[in-house]
Every structure is written in C-alpha cells, then in structure tokens.
Design a protein around this ligand. Structure first.
Ligand SMILES: O=C(O)CCC(=O)C(=O)O
Ligand SMILES: [Fe+2]
Length: 449
C-alpha cells in the first residue's frame, strides 16, 4: 500500500509550459479532493462523539466542506439528526443480489434484468454490495469469491499472518503534520536483484522503501492463478463494459503480469486505510490491480470522484461505462478468499478506502486480522531510469488531474516532484505534463537511457 496519502497541493511552476490550472477554482484544504483523511480527522476532533462512518457520510453530503458539515452537526445537536447512525453495529451479512430490489419481476421465471439497473446509492449514503454481478455493474471492480482452493487460501493466510508480525506502520507527511498509517504493511518482489532495485532505484512518497521482502513461497504459488484470473476478468470487462468493446485509451494491451505485491494487515476493526487512489508512477495509466483478501471480512469502499452524468466527458474514449456511484459511496464486502480486480477505470476516476468497522466477525485462523495482497504489474517502461527526474534528482511521481469542474486539464497526466512528502524535507517545483501513446507507453520522459 503506497498511496493513501497525498499532500496539500503546492503551487506548481511548470517548466517550460505556463502554469497549469490544476484547479481553477479557489483552493483550500476543504476543497481538495485528496484531503479526506485530514477533513475527517478535523471533523472527528470537533465531534468526537460520532463514529467515522457517520462523519464521512455527513462530510460527503456537504461536498467535503468541513465547516458546513460541522455546522449541520452542531445545529442538529439537540435534535436527533436524520444523518446520524440510527441502527446498531453494522453486521457483515449476506445479500443475494440488488436485482431482487431493483426489478420487482425478477425471480426464477422472470426476464433478465436490464443491463443498467437503477443504482440505490445517493450522495451521503452507502450502498452495500455483495453479489459479483452487482459489483461488476455498479463499480469499477469485479470479484471472484472462493478464489483459491480452501487449503491454499488457509496456507497463504497462515504464512502471511506470520510475516505480518514484523510489518510496520508507514510514517508520512500529511500537510505539515507527520502521521502514521492506520494499518501495517510490507512489499514483496520476485528476486534478490529486484529487492535491490526497489531499495535503490524506486521512490515512494519521496523516499526509498526500507522494508522490501522476497516473495514468500505461497505468494509465489498463488501468483500465476491471480495472473490468469485477472487477465480473464480484464477481457470480460472490455467486452461487457467499455465503449466499442475495446480497451480504454492508455490501457496497456499486454498481458497483465504481477511482479510486485503490497501486503497489508488490518489488526482489529479500527485499523483502516483512508480514501486514496493508488499511485500510477510505476504501473502507468489505466492500471489494473489484483487484490486478494484473507481472514476477517471487511468493507472496501469506493466512490467516484469524477462525475459521470452531469458533466460531459471531455474525452469520451477515456473512460469505461461501468460504475456509477451518483455521489454516494459503495461498500464492497470482501470475505476471506475473495479476489477483487480493480479495473482500468478505477484509479483515475474513483477513490477507495477500507473504513474502520464497528464490529467484525473473528476468523477461525486470523482472529481479528485481515490480510490483503495487492498484486501489481510494474511495467518496464515506467522504471525510474526512464521517467523524469526533478531538481532534487529523484524520479518524479505520476499523477492525474482529477478535479473536473470547468477544468480543461481534467484527465491529463503529469510528473511532479514528491520529495516534499518526506517529514522535514522540502521538494522542488518540477512539473511536466506526461504524454503517452494509445497503449500508455510514455512519450516525453526526457531522460530515457
Ligand atoms: O486492503 C485493501 O483491500 C486495499 C488496500 C489498498 O487500497 C492498497 O494497498 O492500496
Ligand atoms: Fe489502494
């Protein structure tokens, strides 16, 4: 897990292009898409009696404006608020399919459900999804339950529970504060040579990784199964959901080959990961990620950050059609031994999180712990030896302009300095628009060797 944090947008001074308008609207912390963690923390400090989920719902209902959300909460202090939680702890239950709710005639004898059923998620509310068809239809993900033979899933879980005893929390800079991640993690690659390259050549949040490990026997054994399943899911997705049944612009046409894995451990209901998009720096644009969950069932939440319907898409070819949160967030329930595929439209247009839970069902082998493995395809053409370096002389980070409102640069990728993400370090003003061919191969990296 490398990218759940971003920092306050600094003033960017592109060279040699004129200063880009990443967001032409007035910027402050409240309006920054990337600062949800901080906003939640601020809101929580103002309303310590309310749980994170309620605070997030209220924050979303106020378009992310902390003051407005707080004002509503204060106004409602003496009156039971319609937005505060009414029920007891959320129960991890089961749901057959949304189709039963969206199509009254559905049942064994009814006609098939229309391709696009009405989504129940509304701004400020959370839609809970369990069924693979619903997840594929309404989110940028697809899921395979009971993915591994159960003995293999258990062996992998036991192996990683042992590994996780030495996982650590990551420390990073959020705005001007140094904070630690609310869960532990480590990073695995295939060989000693790759470990070496990761430690000395790659940069994450402005710094080198110190905890890089050699892939474990079970992680390695499962890898080809994940590869086959993810590639099959990619093809299914292209045929069922993308315009003209073609891969997205900038999506790689090559076979997806996982060669790195972040492993996360969530020990207990309160461990979590805040809203983020995964970094594309080494995966390239329109990246696909295979995410295997083991142990305790937790909610993986997704919300669209780029509106789909109201705003015409400046690049209609760029995005797939599937997924439509309509302002609300969707909770995908990830049980033990489920493989979630985050498809090519996910990182640029959606954010995801694992929210703290009020209650969890202990797992017979893992107790209160959940292990998550995100298998990733580090593409050779995105190796830091090829990507732009900033004035601090480190490889830059690849980002995308996500805020869309009236922003002509929406959807454009850029390289920028991330040295300032490290506590006590300052970055430089390096900025360069990124250009790719249709298959996502970088065109203007400048310092190719
Ligand atoms: O634990 C999960 O399911 C997601 C983890 C995640 O988002 C990440 O590692 O980037
Ligand atoms: Fe992530």
């Amino acid at each position: 897990m490398e990218a759940f944090v971003t920092r306050k947008k600094r003033k960017i001074c592109p060279e040699p292009e004129p200063e880009p308008e990443l967001d032409p609207e007035p910027q402050n912390e409240e309006e920054s898409e990337e600062s949800t963690d901080l906003k939640l923390a601020m809101l929580a400090s103002l309303h310590p009696d309310l749980d994170q989920e309620t605070l997030l719902d209220i924050l979303l209902a106020h378009d992310g404006a902390v003051h407005a959300a707080s004002a509503s909460l204060s106004a409602a202090q003496d009156i039971p608020s319609p937005t505060t939680k009414k029920s007891g702890p959320r129960v991890v239950g089961s749901q057959t399919s949304l189709k039963l709710f969206t199509n009254p005639s559905s049942g064994p004898c009814s006609s098939p459900v229309p391709k696009k059923s009405k989504l129940l998620s509304k701004k400020g509310a959370t839609l809970h999804l369990y069924d693979p068809d619903d997840i594929a239809e309404h989110t940028p993900c697809s899921i395979i339950h009971n993915f591994l033979p159960s003995g293999e899933a258990n062996a992998l879980l036991l192996e990683l529970l042992e590994e996780s005893k030495t996982f650590e929390k990551i420390t990073f800079k959020l705005f001007e504060n140094v904070v630690t991640s609310p869960h532990t993690s480590s990073f695995y690659v295939g060989s000693s040579m790759e470990m070496d390259r990761q430690r000395h050549e790659y940069v994450y949040n402005g710094a080198r990784l110190t905890d890089v490990r050699k892939i474990t026997p079970w992680l390695d054994k499962v890898k080809p199964l994940v590869q086959a399943a993810v590639n099959a899911e990619i093809q299914k997705r292209i045929l069922s959901s993308y315009p003209g049944a073609k891969k997205l612009k900038y999506q790689s046409p090559k076979t997806w080959v996982p060669n790195a894995a972040f492993v996360n451990c969530y020990n207990g209901p309160h461990e979590s990961v805040g809203w983020h998009s995964d970094q594309l720096t080494y995966l390239g644009p329109r990246a696909v990620i295979g995410s295997l969950s083991l142990g305790v069932t937790r909610e993986f939440r997704v919300r669209r950050v780029v509106p789909k319907k109201d705003d015409p898409d400046p690049d209609p070819e760029a995005a797939g059609d599937a997924g439509d949160a309509e302002g609300g967030q969707i909770a995908i329930h990830l049980p033990h031994n489920s493989l979630l595929v985050m498809h090519a439209e996910m990182q640029e247009e959606w954010k995801h999180s694992v929210s703290p839970a009020q209650a969890i069902d202990p797992h017979p082998l893992a107790g209160n712990r959940r292990i998550n493995i995100t298998y990733r395809d580090y593409r050779e053409e995105f190796h830091p030896r090829y990507t732009p370096r900033c004035k601090c002389d480190i490889p830059t980070v690849l980002r995308v302009v996500q805020k869309k409102k009236k922003n002509e640069n929406w959807g454009r990728y850029f390289w920028m300095c991330h040295a300032g993400n490290v506590p006590d370090k300052k970055g430089c003003s390096f900025f360069q628009w990124a250009k790719f061919d249709d298959d996502g191969v970088p065109l203007n990296t400048g310092n190719r060797k």
